[in-house]
Design a protein. Sequence first.
Length: 280
Amino acid sequence: MRNEKRKVQMQSAKLPLKAVAIVALVLLAVSSAVISVDAHMPGAKPLPEFELEPISIYDGDTLIDISLDDIGDYHGEICVCGGCAFRATQLGISKILGDEIPARDDIKIVSRLPTPGSRDCFQYITGTGPGIETKTKGEYKVILPDGTAVVNLSNKDLKKASKDNTLDNFRFEVCRKSTGECFEVVLKLGVFSEDYFELRKKVKFGIPENATSEEKALFKSEWEDTRDKFLTSPDWELFEDVEEPEEEEPDVVGGATFLSILVIGLILLVALVHSRKKAS
């Protein structure tokens, strides 16, 4: 009897272990089917070499330079949305203030993009994010294209709101609060590939169905390419209403004039030398 009881106890102890193993396998399968929205891009290739000027602002009476690396450190890495937000802020400030350096508390940014990467960039620049040492604060808001204000800027709520992101979300108003001047930075069509947002939905949210391994690989490649564009492409290739600077053409007229003056000078010099020889 005792042996039978022991067998029954051992069998009942094994059952929970089997159940735990099955549940673990199911959870693993589900987690591998959809890339977590908390993850940026697992296994992404290294950043390309890039040179971007920092954003200079006055925090009270202190001049600070904010680099894209600073944004990456604050957010956790340099991602598509963080790179775009940084470039958009650079452009907006230059359009409103030219070479003038703005005060942090005079900057207002209204973003249509509900993502943690863009949030961390804009909050770092305006001094409105957690853990930022700052004397002054600007202003940062998220208002979706349909006019809905995103009040809760937690990762959870932003990711939920970002599910239906399209190119139309990549619009940012950069304003000077003291004068009311604003410039809307609008991303150009073609910066993202045509299937980018459809793939993003599948890969990150499993909508309308989970992405295949081929679709995951394609999205990873497109994500990397788009991120790199924000690091290396000029403003006129990224944003609307930015004119490509004209190439300076060689000054043919000026060169010809200089050559003519030089020839005339030589002729006069030769004539002068010749006349002196005659006189002597």
